[in-house]
Design a protein around this ligand. Structure first.
Ligand code: BTN
Length: 259
């Protein structure tokens, strides 16, 4: 398979080589096979795009950014929770810069605009001969209309195009996003995870709320009193506290008390 374009972005690590395809099965698969740290793969269309939990991810040609980045993270960054936070925050920053509206992260890896999903992220890790690798796949909706989503059975989805009048170009948005991802990854590589943590907390927008933490061994309820990449802290009745590892928490959602 031959890319139709190859870009070299003036970044530090991510996107110094970007392979651009008209059509692939899944950008995640192309990236996973290429053993090059920071390589990005962008496609106008996917024929077997994957979502979380084995779902398919479908998008009409050039309606979305379909982007995967291959990383061989240094040991302190080899944590899915941290890499997911990194990718979701970079998407939120990009969204704000493009449409001037603040996006929210829905734990763990969705980005919402006005409570509708605008972006999904799929992180896939594997052991490779070059060490542990991680492919971060991003599907960011750009030009679909509400009618397109309704026809596809996705009434809870939205696109950036629904928030601005001028059209957005998938390639331009991908370059923009790659620069954000690269800046934020560079900061992490220098040992600054506090900036990411603060931005992640801000975009999750759950601190102080009553939440339900869905874990493999059952649900936990409480007021969210602490949130960092090291722990999710819930205050429970009787002022007892429960601390969970982010990796333990499959979903974290606000609970609306019955009226
Ligand atoms: C989700 O279920 O929300 C995650 C969707 C991830 C979709 C992206 S599109 C680019 C990359 N290639 C894939 O096959 N999936 C991810």
């Amino acid at each position: 398979m031959t890319p139709t374009q190859e870009w070299t972005l003036p970044t530090r690590r991510l996107g110094r080589r970007v392979l651009v395809f008209d059509r692939v099965e899944s950008t995640n698969d192309v990236a996973a096979a290429l053993a090059e740290d920071g390589l990005a793969v962008l496609a106008d269309e996917q024929t077997r795009g994957r979502g979380q939990y084995g779902r398919t991810w479908q998008a009409a040609p050039r309606s979305s950014v379909l982007l995967s980045v291959l990383l061989f993270p240094p040991p302190p960054l080899r944590r899915p929770a941290l890499l997911t936070a990194w990718a979701t925050v970079a998407v939120c920053t990009t969204v704000r810069e493009l449409i001037g509206t603040s996006a929210r992260i829905k734990w763990p890896n969705d980005v919402l605009l006005r409570e509708r999903k605008v972006c999904g992220i799929l992180l896939e890790t594997a052991d490779s001969p070059n060490g542990p690798q991680c492919v971060v796949g991003i599907g960011l909706n750009l030009s679909q209309t509400a009618a397109d989503f309704a026809a596809g059975g996705l009434p809870q989805a939205t696109s950036l195009g629904q928030f601005r009048s001028e059209p957005l170009d998938t390639h331009e948005v991908a370059r923009h996003l790659l620069r954000r991802l690269d800046d934020d990854y560079h900061r992490l590589c220098r040992g600054d995870s506090a900036t990411l943590e603060a931005n992640w907390r801000h975009h999750l927008d759950l601190l102080g709320q009553l939440v339900r933490a869905e874990c493999a061994d059952g649900d936990r309820y409480g007021r969210l009193v602490g949130l960092s990449l090291e722990g999710v802290e819930l205050e429970r009745p009787g002022a007892t506290r429960l601390r969970l590892q982010p990796e333990q928490v499959k979903h974290l959602d606000p609970v609306v008390p019955p009226s």
